[in-house]
Design a protein around this ligand. Structure first.
Ligand code: HEC
Ligand code: HEC
Ligand code: HEC
Ligand code: HEC
Ligand code: HEC
Length: 458
């Protein structure tokens, strides 16, 4: 399922296409050190609208509209988390006050640049709705410091659009070659994030960097901005390797599907009634260039559900055999409450929380838990003071899980099917239901499934 761009974008911005902005306007280096109020406020008009670009770059504009980049401010879950949780929390807790502005550095860069904090709600149709727009990316010239994170890109809005090709001409604007846009560090300026407690709450670029793909020179772009034969602009050239603006990720089921392969190994080809067979399952992350899940790890949940089904159709749920590592309790589905810190924003200090997982008890979860300053699990990345065990799939990592099935005395004669399904939800369901987030965010996506048969022996 692909997301379709729904929110309205106003055409309010006058296009300053032929006005040169003197000097580079540097966006705030880091939301940790620099309160936004001390920044010289720019103006929305420093940036051109995506509609302006679409006059000539139609195909790329359509791709962008179907990507989350165009919805980074208007998407329902973003709106709910920002306005219902982050803003009220930031107004009550000095420690996290900076996120009221900081969220927008990546999600609504124009509003952040204009100092329009908090930006108008998406329904008001302001230019904050443009999200991560063409002109945001194509006027970036580098980043500050050693590590890209917390929107520390250098922004130079103006007539010149930076792009990946040398010797390109455009009647629409000045064009300048920049190799920075082609680097994963460019992506990392928004895809790495440190919160007010100094915790890396988002580290897709850092995960990539320490993994096998970086070593082989395979970049973010090779998987999320693939190339195809296309004319990139009206009156422009047709390229065999035109850079497609797909930016497909967690919101594209087809992208998520098949990320992990599953192999099931029963220790014996048959089981006798009343006896036990051990089963191991190998899960291989064949597809993601970083960990899976990555990005908004505090929201995401990936879990393996295993069942044995006898010939009469009766099914038996098999819980994972624990391995005994520290923090493992957060990686096995349980009847626990969590997320009590939502009570801060909701003015309910005694808030008991909601179900932690919302999945069958005993299923293996591949996640990294985020903890608030009181040590309770949280989905509020800005209120994260420590991280739990990292039990996600590294790029090209294979994890082995153990199960066992004890055949009941009255098991039906005939084959028993051992079935494993790996599920994914972008937002843990009890939280989504509690906050009224549309079902799209918490529906289960099948990453992969596999089954094998064993016999019931005499
Ligand atoms: C998230 C940042 C981002 C956004 C948003 C974005 N682009 Fe790009 N664009 C890139 C990057 C990165 C490249 C070049 C990648 C490479 O080739 O290494 C690129 C390449 C291009 C190219 C050159 C393609 C080629 O193969 O010659 C054009 C033209 C372009 N973008 C126009 C647009 C337009 C128009 C929009 C809005 C509808 C847009 N871009 C939105 C990051 C972005
Ligand atoms: C009047 C038409 C027109 C408009 C409007 C326009 N462009 Fe272009 N642009 C072009 C043409 C033509 C090219 C050259 C394409 C080619 O043959 O490579 C181009 C090339 C580019 C490139 C590629 C540079 C490179 O190094 O390959 C980028 C990036 C770009 N435009 C961004 C933008 C953005 C962002 C906007 C909106 C703010 C925009 N353009 C608006 C016509 C236009
Ligand atoms: C200016 C900040 C910024 C830059 C630069 C940026 N991104 Fe993003 N990107 C975002 C934001 C914000 C979202 C989240 C939109 C949402 O879900 O609210 C996003 C979403 C995505 C998604 C979709 C994820 C999903 O959940 O479906 C992909 C894929 C992605 N970006 C890849 C890239 C790549 C590759 C680059 C570099 C070429 C890049 N981004 C550069 C801000 C940025
Ligand atoms: C080898 C291919 C590959 C490379 C390289 C790669 N990705 Fe991905 N990416 C994927 C796949 C597959 C998914 C879908 C599964 C998932 O969510 O991890 C994905 C998902 C994502 C998501 C959505 C994650 C979520 O849970 O919301 C983002 C954001 C993203 N990638 C950004 C990046 C950035 C930034 C880089 C470079 C630093 C990068 N990717 C490098 C394959 C790749
Ligand atoms: C450093 C850049 C950055 C900052 C700062 C940032 N985000 Fe994000 N946010 C992203 C990126 C990139 C993604 C997409 C990652 C992914 O796909 O998993 C994202 C994803 C999200 C999502 C999940 C969207 C979805 O549909 O799954 C929500 C909600 C969100 N951010 C809200 C916030 C709030 C609220 C704040 C401030 C407290 C904030 N973000 C601060 C970059 C940032």
């Amino acid at each position: 399922m692909q997301m379709i761009h729904k929110a309205s974008i106003s055409g309010a911005g006058k296009k300053p296409r032929f006005c040169l902005v003197a000097g580079a306007i540097v966006l705030v280096m880091s939301l940790i050190v620099t309160p936004v109020s001390s920044e010289p406020a720019g103006s929305y008009d420093d940036f051109e609208t995506p509609e302006t670009c679409s006059e000539c770059h139609m195909a790329i504009h359509t791709q962008w509209q179907h990507a989350m980049m165009s919805q980074s401010y208007t998407h329902e879950w973003d709106e709910i988390e920002y306005f219902k949780l982050a803003v009220p929390h930031a107004e009550k807790d000095e420690k996290v006050a900076e996120v009221k502005a900081g969220c927008n550095g990546c999600h609504a860069p124009l509003a952040f640049h204009a100092g329009d904090i908090p930006p108008p709600r998406p329904s008001e149709g302001s230019r904050a709705n443009e999200g991560v727009s063409c002109d945001v990316c194509h006027t970036v010239t580098g980043f500050t410091g050693d590590t890209p994170f917390n929107f520390n890109f250098i922004s130079s809005p103006g007539e010149t659009k930076y792009g990946p090709r040398k010797d390109v001409e455009s009647g629409g604007h000045e064009v300048a070659y920049s190799d920075f846009l082609s680097t994963p560090e460019f992506c990392g300026t928004c895809h790495n994030e440190k919160d007010p407690y100094g915790i890396w709450v988002k580290s897709t670029h850092l995960e990539w960097k320490e993994g096998p793909y970086a070593a082989e020179g395979i970049r973010c772009h090779d998987c999320h901005m693939t190339t195809g034969r296309m004319q990139t602009a009206e009156d422009g050239n047709v390229y065999d390797d035109a850079r497609l603006h797909l930016f497909h990720g967690a919101h594209d089921d087809a992208k998520v599907r098949g990320t992990v392969e599953i192999r099931i190994y029963p220790e014996a080809p048959a089981v006798k009634a009343g006896e036990k067979v051990n089963i191991s399952i190998a899960l291989f992350n064949q597809k993601a260039g970083h960990k899976f899940p990555t990005g908004s790890v505090e929201d995401r949940i990936v879990w393996l559900h295993v069942e044995a089904v006898d010939a009469s159709g009766r099914s038996f749920h098999l819980p994972v055999t624990p391995k005994g590592f520290e923090g493992e309790e957060y990686t096995i589905g349980a009847d626990e409450f969590a997320y009590q810190d939502m009570g801060i924003a909701l003015d309910d200090p005694d808030f008991a929380g909601v179900q932690r997982d919302g999945i069958p008890i005993g299923d293996r979860i591949f996640r990294m838990a985020y903890f608030d300053p009181q040590g309770r699990m949280t989905i509020q990345q800005w209120n994260t003071a420590s991280l739990g065990v990292d039990y996600r799939f590294g790029p090209r990592e294979t994890k082995l899980e153990e199960y066992s099935f004890t055949a009941p005395a009255d098991i039906a004669a005939g084959p028993v099917t051992l079935k494993a399904v790996l599920y994914y939800q972008k937002l843990v369901k009890p939280v989504a239901d509690f906050l009224g987030v549309p079902e799209e965010a918490s529906r289960s996506v099948v990453v992969n499934e596999q089954s094998v048969m064993i016999e019931v022996g005499p």
